[in-house]
Design a protein around this ligand. Structure first.
Ligand code: ATP
Length: 683
């Protein structure tokens, strides 16, 4: 059944030392094998082989979760070898069907729907050829059923109200001169969708008008009835950006609607909320507990919830959120399905959108197109409301299709702008187009090649010079006691170095050291002390008492001693010594949170940060650093979603330090997250 150079127990140790699995994966497997006796089967010899298989399966399942997959598809371990690495020294020799049969016999594994002695409370579940840990199986199946239930509910109006909604939509979305007779205004259709469904998922790349659309929708809804609306995002930074965008969008809407002031009640615009909070704050963090105050038995008190940057929400968090939603509430998910998936397990937004992906039948490649899929009844209703004939998009698909809307036209990146062109080419994994875009010589794009010689890397030197020039202005402002902290932070946020990797010379650690040394040499910082004016810090763990969360970024800046609050200054000598300097963090509501540096939870310098941590943020100028010679493990992490996310963080200018081979490799490799959610939603 298994061909292996040594017993699996010993092999797991080898894999751990080779970093193919983590110590946790190996311990989990050993623990499981000890806790769950393998069901005796036929002969002594078979028993031994079965325990070997069980050990192996448990280690691989745990490894899947540490790599952010939700499950372990059995067919994946039936290939050449379970690790798909040339050094793994182990092969499963039986067929796919045989192994499914064998797994079904283990006491610790059960299949839903199969009647057997072991209840579905077994620690491992085998479903449709995929193995799950019980907890993740529950998360996935419950998220699927919550979403399906929400998508099923249509909020139908009386015929008289339909006419009113239709005419308000026409005022909100007047036909633009640029639109041809056969064009669709997907923002208008998305608004009509979210107006008539309990669940709406509005996706699109940067600047496609997600916030504009949701602001118009909230205006439409607040005209009808008073409702409690909450806006949230997964991180503080993303929540602050959502607040800003909604505010700006309301100002634009007020101007756009001014000509209709006699037909429409503009005062309800003030009822559209502007303040956004984090998901954690909404759900109510309980210090030192993984549980939240709000859950199924203590639901949130709201009528409508808008979740921005939904691609960052992982499966367990989505489960917590959906469980806490009151039964009558509407849910709107906003996000970019092409961005990096969540840091933890799952790719919920991508799975929700998966059914709209049309494979390119000519190339069968990943340059997939998206196509809306409506049920016949709903397409008719939506056509009446929006005024667009949606019959070309009718399809025999599950109800979830009715809740989805994709915005594909970016109003931020004009069609011929370099950043938009590069982002599109990378997103489509279009190798030829990527080369063409780089060779066009757009003003907004700069390529720096790694040129490593014995004397150093001149490419890296060029990047560090760019970093010094960009950071110069805010660092000079930081030395001025009279400058406003928000102004300095805004200036710091105009540029950021993003790294694909954490460790190594070209990872966050190495680049932060390089930038710090270069800034010191340019006499912009005096990094002799740990905390110096202008040092940017990124928080690495949550501190609920201080209100600081993993990923929050602040600046160490001089502070007026009088403003240091007593409870912060009582920490003895260390605190007093550094009281002139405080870490300043902009909060979601625009206020500044000040914390004594000595009180900061674990943190790092943040001249450079990972692309992952940059999700939900935007900078005028971005420089991406790719590794020069990535290891096989690093190569797996270099994906088109990572490069696309980095490019789309830039508003004005994008630089890449890399080599053509590595950029191409990353742009052609799509993230694969094993999950059964798309199948459960779309069948
Ligand atoms: N239909 C439209 N016509 C013209 N400009 C538009 C339209 N929709 C949005 N815009 C403009 O495009 C810009 C981006 O819009 P918006 O912030 O709504 O996009 P977004 O998808 O939320 O962006 P992001 O994902 O970056 O947050 C804004 O300046 C907005 O005024």
């Amino acid at each position: 059944m298994i061909q292996s150079t040594q017993p699996i127990k010993a092999l797991l140790k080898v894999w751990e030392s080779e970093r193919l699995i983590t110590p946790l994966d190996r311990h989990f497997a050993l623990e499981m094998a000890q806790l769950h006796k393998i069901k005796l089967h036929k002969t002594e010899h078979a028993d031994h082989t079965y325990s070997e298989l069980f050990l192996l399966i448990c280690a691989l399942l745990s490894r899947q979760l540490s790599q952010q997959h939700t499950c372990l598809p059995i067919h994946q371990i039936m290939l050449d070898n379970p690790m798909q690495e040339p050094i793994s020294n182990c092969q499963i020799l039986c067929s796919h069907n045989e192994i499914i049969e064998i797994l079904a016999q283990f006491n610790a594994i059960s299949s839903p729907g199969l009647e057997q002695a072991s209840s579905p409370s077994t620690p491992i579940i085998l479903d449709n050829g995929d193995l799950y840990l019980q907890r993740y199986y529950q998360f996935e199946t419950q998220v699927a059923s919550y979403l399906t239930l929400l998508a099923d509910v249509e909020i139908n109006e009386q015929p008289t109200e339909i006419n009113h909604t239709r005419s308000t939509l026409e005022m909100l979305f007047p036909q633009s001169d640029e639109m041809g007779a056969t064009d669709f205004d997907w923002q208008k259709i998305a608004t009509a969708t979210a107006f008539t469904k309990r669940l709406a998922v509005i996706t699109g790349g940067p600047g496609t008008g997600k916030t504009t659309t949701v602001t118009k929708l909230l205006f439409l809804l607040t005209q009808q009835a008073a409702m409690t609306i909450r806006l949230v995002a997964p991180t503080g930074k993303a929540a602050a950006r959502l607040s800003e965008s909604i505010k700006a969008s309301k100002v634009r809407l007020k101007m756009e609607l001014a000509p209709f002031a006699d037909q429409i009640d503009l005062t309800s615009l003030s009822r559209v909320p502007e303040e956004a909070s984090t998901l954690h704050r909404l759900l109510g963090v309980i210090p030192n507990s993984p549980k939240f105050r709000h859950h199924k038995d203590n639901p949130l008190r709201l009528d409508l919830l808008v979740v921005d940057e939904a691609s960052m929400v992982d499966l367990p968090m989505m489960h917590k959120l959906l469980s806490a939603l009151p039964t009558h509430a509407r849910l709107i998910l906003l996000g970019d399905q092409d961005q990096l998936a969540s840091v933890e397990a799952g790719a919920v937004l991508a799975d929700i959108c998966a059914g709209l992906k049309q494979k390119n039948t000519r190339t069968n490649a990943s340059d997939a197109k998206w196509q809306m899929r409506y049920s016949s009844d709903y397409a008719g209703y939506l056509s009446t409301l929006s005024g667009f004939d949606l019959s070309p998009f009718i399809s025999q698909s599950p109800k979830i299709g009715d809740s989805l809307c994709m915005l594909m036209h970016s109003h931020r990146f004009k069609g011929d702008a370099g950043i938009g062109q590069l982002a599109g080419a990378v997103n489509n994994s279009d190798k030829g187009r990527i080369m063409q875009v780089w060779q066009t010589g757009y003003d907004e794009l700069l390529w720096i090649e790694h040129l490593k010689t014995n004397a150093g890397n001149s490419g890296l030197d060029a990047l560090l010079t760019q970093a010094v020039e960009h950071y110069r202005r805010y660092l000079e402002m930081a030395k001025d006691d009279n400058k406003d902290a928000s102004e300095i932070i805004d200036c710091y946020n105009e540029f950021r170095v993003l790294c694909a990797m954490r460790a190594g010379e070209y990872g966050v650690d190495g680049i932060n050291q390089g930038v710090t040394a270069a800034l010191k040499q340019a006499k912009l910082i005096s990094a002799d002390t740990e905390f110096y004016p202008g040092r940017p810090v990124i928080i690495q763990s949550n501190d609920y008492n201080l209100g600081l969360f993993n990923g929050d970024i602040g600046l160490i800046l001089p502070d007026d001693l009088n403003t240091v609050s007593d409870h912060l200054a009582q920490d003895g000598d260390t605190a007093k010594h550094s009281a002139r300097l405080m870490a300043h963090f902009i909060q979601a509501d625009g206020s500044i949170l000040k914390v004594l540096p000595a009180r900061l939870p674990s943190h790092d310098t943040c001249f450079a940060m990972t692309v992952h941590k940059s999700q939900g943020s935007e900078f005028a100028n971005v420089a991406l650093v790719l590794p020069i010679w990535p290891s096989p493990a690093q190569k797996q992490l270099l994906t088109k979603e990572l490069v696309y996310t980095a490019i789309t963080r830039a508003k004005l200018h994008f630089t890449c330090l890399g080599s053509q081979a590595v950029f191409e490799h990353a742009s052609l490799q799509a993230t694969q997250r094993s999950s059964g959610l798309a199948r459960r939603l779309w069948g």
